[in-house]
Write a protein that binds this ligand. Structure first.
Ligand SMILES: *[C@@H]1O[C@H](CO)[C@@H](O)[C@H](O)[C@H]1NC(C)=O
Ligand SMILES: [Mg+2]
Length: 358
């Protein structure tokens, strides 16, 4: 069974709305670091609501998430593969770090890129990092699912998402987040029902473990820290009644911004919702499940909350765009985005590589 090619504009929407989700959730640092969803929602009202926002410079820059997501996408767009690709990705992550003025990159990305030696033998690998649990790998890997959307390409998706994730977040909680974001984008393109995504992720984890066991010298550190990601996802899916992928998802009632802040925080590693590799994709997924075809509802849940809202927004926006395109999205949210041309060019290139060579 093979997939029919999706319309190319889904790829463009995925890339644009990922950046829109980043810029909206970030609001030039103000909302990324605001710890209250209700306060963000009330400030949004004062701005005239989502439809009144033109996400553009200088007030709505993209943050580190989009700079590094573009680095991943533009590396894939070169058409390189395997080690040649990994050196390319490492090179572009290092280069991306000189475009971080005012974009608030995470400490783990700063450290990881300082350890990379692109072009040197094995220079795309860094040592295991016991605290490399952040969402910095999960926020930049969605485009890997656009490049490798087919079920038959799953081993490639696993390899590239894990390798690129490990380049800065060499800890399972970090790089499995990269796998989750890439997988979810591929499932968006495949049209797999949302309710099944969580169980698909759990089914894919053994492939990632095999990959690590086959390529890493220090396997023990990975295996010892492996279970937190899986157990966190199992706990979340059990609460939503989705552990077996049965539908529909069960949500708390009521589930307004205040209740969502409480729920989101409950899943976090250290009290900062969406900051880690496991819970940035959890919050994005929870928002996708609750939003259906409504961009405004998606933003209310994934971009405007009291946690790491640009990183949950970048993941949710990408999947939503791949699922729904741009219909119903206020033009101002994406038309004048910083790096819009690069995002569109990357989308076109990924589409061509994914669909025109088969
Ligand atoms: C929409 O945004 C503009 C600034 O971009 C502002 O002047 C205007 O008051 C807003 N509209 C509403 C209804 O709040
Ligand atoms: Mg950011």
């Amino acid at each position: 069974m093979d997939l029919n090619p999706p319309p190319c504009d889904r790829y463009v929407a995925a890339m644009l709305l990922s950046a829109a989700g980043d810029a909206l959730g970030y609001r030039n640092q103000r909302w990324e670091y605001c710890t209250s969803g209700p306060q963000i929602h009330s400030e949004l009202q004062e701005l005239g609501g989502l439809a009144n926002i033109t996400a553009s410079l200088p007030d709505w820059p993209v943050s580190d998430d989009t700079v590094l997501h573009l680095a991943t996408a533009e590396s894939l767009a070169t058409g390189k593969s395997e080690e040649e690709l990994y050196h390319e990705v490492a090179r572009r992550y290092v280069a991306g770090m000189s475009d971080m003025e005012g974009r608030k990159p995470g400490p783990t990305s700063i450290l990881g890129t300082s350890q990379l030696r692109p072009g040197e033998p094995g220079g795309f690998r860094i040592p295991f990092n016991p605290s490399g649990t952040g969402c910095g790998a999960a926020m930049r890997s969605m485009c890997i699912g656009l490049r490798f959307p087919r079920p038959s390409e799953l081993p490639l998706l696993v390899a590239v998402s894990v390798e690129s994730g490990m380049m800065t977040h060499n800890h399972p909680t970090g790089y499995l987040g990269s796998l989750a974001s890439a997988l979810f984008t591929s499932l968006s393109v495949q049209g797999v029902p949302l309710e099944l995504w969580g169980s698909r992720l759990l089914e894919t984890l053994p492939l990632a473990q095999e990959y690590i066991s086959g390529t890493e010298s220090d396997v023990t550190s990975h295996l010892e820290t492996w279970d937190y990601f899986r157990e966190s996802w199992e706990r979340y899916l059990r609460e939503r009644g989705l552990l077996q992928g049965s539908s529909p998802a069960l949500f708390p009632s009521p589930y307004r911004p205040a209740e969502r802040d409480t729920e989101y925080t409950k899943w976090s590693l250290d009290g900062w919702a969406g900051r880690s590799g496991h819970d940035a994709p959890i919050i994005a997924y929870d928002a996708l499940l609750g939003a259906g075809g409504s961009w405004e509802e998606l933003c209310g849940r994934a971009m405007f909350h009291g946690g790491d809202s640009d990183s949950t927004g970048v993941i949710a926006g990408c999947c939503w765009g791949a699922l729904h395109g741009l219909s119903g999205v206020p033009e101002g949210n994406y038309m004048k985005l910083e790096y819009r041309e690069r995002l569109e060019a990357a989308a076109d290139a990924l589409y061509r590589l994914a669909w025109k060579q088969h």
